[in-house]
Design a protein around this ligand. Structure first.
Ligand code: DGL
Length: 273
């Protein structure tokens, strides 16, 4: 036992959203290598049945373990975390980090009034994952949870501002505006890309909480605890794979994540169980 592990971290999302988590992982754990899969060929996950999302999540996670020899998995997608975290934690031979618990913790710490909101995909909100996680953390929180179908599609098209997205945001966010909250969790990893629009609709007194940084901190703590940190001190290597158009993934992904996303390659599906 050396107390270190130089294998990469595995991360996945339905598409570009998990890049918000990838950005935070680069900033918090700069020497760690990672392999990121954006399942753009099958996005969006939000409207799909939980069992189908679970199947995709298992396929992606097992591909990261079997084909890329990762030492840990970050489920950088709320919808997949809500549908598959329990199964993945139970069956994978490596530790798994979800975005749900870190996000819920950050939200509970941010609110002063204890009136909080969570927005996410239909799959995430209807799963009750955040409702359960927040009730476990602090049962005195008053939560308004609201699905925002359509937000992910705008982000995946690269349309993160303008009248159309503003009109949709005003309509979808009306219940959380009416609930008079002081903190709103962006319970979908795509939503930080819409934070300007969301903030304009919610007003300046509502703090927007993203799970990306919290998830990277939770990952760092887990790697420390399990003695899985890399021994390397140079900048980590970042591999980006996509099940869809790799040129689009690299071009648009670079605008979202930064220069570390210099290229993307096709994700080749391996055979699982
Ligand atoms: N970014 C994902 C999430 O956090 C999924 C969005 C989607 O594919 O619908 O839920």
């Amino acid at each position: 036992m050396t107390g270190t592990d130089n294998r990469p971290i595995g991360m996945f999302d339905s598409g570009f959203g998990g890049l918000t988590v990838a950005r935070a992982v680069i900033d918090v754990l700069p020497s760690e290598d990672f392999v990121y899969i954006g399942d753009t060929g099958r996005y969006p996950y939000g409207p799909r049945p939980a069992a189908e999302v679970r199947g995709f999540a298992r396929e992606l996670a097992w591909s990261l373990v079997s084909d890329h020899n990762v030492k840990a998995i970050v489920v950088a997608c709320n919808t997949a975390s809500a549908a598959a975290f329990t199964e993945l934690s139970g069956e994978l031979p490596v530790p798994v980090v979800s975005v749900v618990e870190p996000g819920a913790h950050a939200l509970s710490l941010t609110s002063q009034s204890k009136r909080v909101g969570v927005i996410g995909t239909v799959g995430t909100i209807s799963s009750g994952a955040y409702q359960r996680a927040l009730a476990d953390i602090d049962s005195s929180l008053s939560l308004t949870a609201c699905a925002c179908p359509g937000f992910v599609e705008f982000v995946e098209r690269g349309q993160t501002s303008g009248d159309e997205v503003m009109l949709l945001a005003e309509r979808l966010l009306a219940p959380v505006v009416a609930a008079n909250i002081d903190a709103l969790l962006l319970g979908c990893t795509h939503y930080p890309f819409l934070s300007r629009v969301i903030s304009e609709v919610m007003g300046p007194e509502v703090v927007l909480v993203s799970s990306a940084d919290e998830t990277a901190f939770a990952l760092a703590a887990m790697l420390d605890e399990l003695k899985l940190r890399t021994s390397a001190s140079a900048e980590g290597q970042h591999t980006f794979l996509s099940s869809g158009d790799v040129e689009w993934f690299a071009d648009f992904g670079r605008r979202l994540l930064g220069p570390e996303l210099s290229s993307a390659s096709p994700w080749i599906r391996s055979k699982t169980d």
